[in-house]
Design a binder for this molecule. Structure first.
Ligand SMILES: [Zn+2]
Length: 362
C-alpha cells in the first residue's frame, strides 16, 4: 500500500486543463497589485467599475490604496459563489497591464508547475483578457514561446478564444493567432459562459483551427448538460472535452466517449467551487472512472480554487478511486496530451518507473 499523500507530489504529472491567470502564484499577484496601487491604477478602476467590485466582500478591502502582503492577498481568493469568483477573476485582470507583467506571469506559472513535478503542461491562455488591457498579441505570443523554452518542463499552449465574444470575433482572433503561430501553440478551446454560448454555433472556428493543424478541445458539460458535450463532439469535432463531467447524466453519451476514446479534462475542486456540485462527495469522478471513461485530473484555476495537482488526485482517491485508478489517471494525463506518440511513450515509461521506485521507497 502506497502512502499516496507522499507519493503524489513526487510523481511526474501532466496537466491538460489549467488557465494561465488562474494558476498565477499569490506572491506574483501581490507584487503586481502593489506595483499598480503605487501607480494609482485603483483610481481608474474605481471610476469604471467601483460599484460592481465593492458589492463583493472579498474584493472591497482591495479597493483602498495601501501596501498588501501575500498573506493578506489570500483573502481575495476566499469566496463561495460563482459571481464572486467571476468578479475576482475580472478584478485581478486590472493588474496585468503590459508585456512585462505578462512575461512575469508566464514565467511564474511555469516555474510553479515545475516545482510540483508537473513535467508536461498544456496551459490555456485567453488573449482577449490581455488584448483588452493593451498588450499586443505579438508580444504575448513572444512571451509564450520564451516560456515554453524554460528547462525541466515541457509546455504547450491552448488558445482560449472566449465564447462570450461570439463567433465572428473567434474567427478573427484565430486568424491572427494562425498568422503569428509559433511551435508551442498546439490547440484551441472555448472558455466562458457555456449555457449562454453553446458549442454548436462555433463550428466555423473549429473548422478553421482543424484546417490549420491545431488540436481541438472545448469547455462543455460543465455549466450545461450532455447535449452540450454531444455538440462539442459531433458538431465541433472536439478531440477532448474540458470538464465533460455532466456526460454522466446520459448513458449513451458515456458509451460514445468510451468507444471513441475521448479524454475528459476533469477538475474536481473547480466544479465544487463554481457550484456545479454541492460538495466533492457529490462529484461524479468515481462514476466516470467506473464507467470506463478516460479521465484526466486537472486543477483548472489552482490559485482561485486553493488547490494543487497533488491535492486533486488525493481528493479523487478519498472519493473511492483505488490506487490503480489514480495511476491510470496520471497516465491518462500523458496519453490524452496533444503530443506525438513517441513522446507519450517516453513519459509513460517515466511514470511507470517512478511509481515502482516510490513504491519500494514507501
Ligand atoms: Zn477551464
Amino acid at each position: 500500500m502506497l502512502n499516496l499523500r507522499e507519493v503524489l507530489p513526487k510523481m511526474p504529472k501532466a496537466e491538460l486543463h489549467v488557465h494561465l491567470k488562474g494558476a498565477m502564484p499569490v506572491e506574483v499577484f501581490t507584487a503586481l497589485l502593489n506595483k499598480y496601487v503605487a501607480e494609482n491604477v485603483l483610481e481608474t478602476i474605481l471610476s469604471e467599475e467601483r460599484d460592481y467590485y465593492s458589492e463583493h466582500d472579498n474584493i472591497r478591502p482591495f479597493l483602498s490604496p495601501r501596501h498588501w502582503s501575500a498573506e493578506e492577498v489570500l483573502s481575495l481568493f476566499c469566496y463561495d459563489d460563482f459571481d464572486q469568483f467571476l468578479a475576482t477573476w475580472l478584478f485581478t485582470g486590472h493588474f496585468i497591464r503590459d508585456a512585462e507583467d505578462f512575461r512575469r506571469l508566464v514565467t511564474a506559472v511555469i516555474e510553479n508547475q515545475r516545482s510540483q513535478n508537473v513535467v508536461y503542461a498544456e496551459i490555456t491562455v485567453a488573449p482577449p483578457e490581455y488584448l483588452h488591457r493593451g498588450i499586443a498579441l505579438e508580444d504575448m505570443i513572444g512571451c509564450l514561446e520564451e516560456g515554453a523554452a524554460i528547462p525541466g518542463i515541457r509546455v504547450q499552449w491552448i488558445i482560449d478564444l472566449v465564447r462570450n465574444n461570439g463567433v465572428p470575433h473567434g474567427v478573427d482572433l484565430l486568424k491572427r493567432v494562425i498568422q503569428l503561430r509559433t511551435p508551442s501553440i498546439v490547440g484551441i478551446t472555448l472558455g466562458g459562459a457555456e449555457h449562454r454560448y453553446p458549442p454548436a454555433q462555433f463550428a466555423p472556428v473549429y473548422d478553421l483551427a482543424r484546417n490549420h493543424g491545431l488540436r481541438l478541445t472545448v469547455h462543455a458539460g460543465e455549466a450545461s448538460g450532455p447535449e452540450s458535450v454531444w455538440d462539442a463532439l459531433r458538431v465541433l469535432g472536439a478531440e477532448r472535452i474540458g470538464h465533460g463531467v455532466r456526460a454522466i447524466e446520459d448513458e449513451s453519451l458515456i458509451s460514445y466517449i468510451v468507444e471513441q476514446d475521448i479524454g475528459l479534462e476533469v477538475c474536481p475542486t473547480s466544479n465544487v467551487r463554481t457550484g456545479i456540485y454541492p460538495s466533492l462527495e457529490a462529484h461524479p469522478v468515481k462514476a466516470l472512472y467506473e464507467a470506463g471513461a478516460p479521465v484526466t485530473i486537472n486543477s483548472d484555476d489552482p490559485t482561485f480554487f486553493g488547490t494543487t495537482m497533488a491535492e486533486e488526485y488525493a481528493y479523487v482517491h478519498a472519493l473511492g478511486v483505488p490506487e490503480e485508478g489514480i495511476l491510470r489517471m496520471i497516465e491518462n494525463g500523458f496519453k490524452y496530451a496533444f503530443l506525438p506518440e513517441d513522446e507519450v511513450r517516453k513519459y509513460l515509461d517515466d511514470v511507470e518507473r517512478e511509481w515502482g521506485r516510490l513504491r519500494l521507497e514507501g
